[in-house]
Ligand binder design. Structure first.
Ligand code: HEC
Length: 171
């Protein structure tokens, strides 16, 4: 019995020493860890940026689709919530300014290297896209129908997609 007690005690002493050591090691690690180090197995910052960019374009695509459907006669203006689609596209376009950081030029991406080597032209296309999608929001609020002004404003946005893809996206 006394032997068992001693053993229990020494286990207790040993484990509190362990806990102390572990606590110390944890706080030391917390103080020393470089702030930008990704957790083991986490995607690199470049991969994360590519994933975010693709998500933005996926949403741009799904939200512009109803507008494209109206333009191409696959849906009537009334059957689609054009104001909602237009304002979502305009919001999402605003996310593109920082969606192409330098560390995201290689990897699982269809963005051509020209995005980074022709930056001034690329940035102008992003700006045009933002301006045209903001203009579409304005026109839709005013016209409230599939008018010629709506069509012209929507076609301008569609041409921004097409023009940028032809120059800056791998087919
Ligand atoms: C300023 C340039 C630019 C404009 C404007 C633009 N895109 Fe893109 N888009 C790209 C690039 C570059 C990629 C490739 C992204 C990648 O793979 O990293 C892309 C990818 C996509 C993708 C595929 C996303 C994926 O998961 O691979 C879709 C869908 C898309 N764009 C739709 C659109 C639509 C719809 C518009 C217009 C309403 C548009 N884009 C406007 C440059 C542009």
């Amino acid at each position: 019995m006394s032997r068992k007690l001693t053993t229990t005690r020494s286990i207790a002493v040993a484990s509190s020493a362990l806990i102390l050591a572990a606590t110390f090691a944890l706080s030391a690690a917390a103080q020393q860890a470089p702030p930008a180090a990704p957790a083991a197995g986490a995607p690199s910052p470049g991969t994360q940026a590519i994933n975010v960019r693709k998500a933005i374009f996926t949403l741009i695509g799904s939200n512009f689709k109803p507008v494209g459907d109206v333009l191409q006669g696959r849906a009537t203006y009334e059957a689609v919530d054009v104001p909602t689609s237009a304002s979502r596209v305009a919001f999402l376009a605003g996310l593109l300014n920082d969606a192409f950081p330098d560390n995201s030029s290689t990897g699982d991406t269809k963005a051509k290297p020209e995005v980074w080597s022709n930056r001034a032209d690329f940035d102008k296309r992003v700006k045009d896209f933002q301006d045209h999608s903001a203009a579409l929001v304005q026109v839709v609020a005013r016209e409230k129908s599939g008018s010629d002004a709506f069509k012209a404003a929507a076609v301008a946005v569609g041409q921004d997609c097409k023009g940028c893809h032809e120059n800056y996206r791998v087919k």
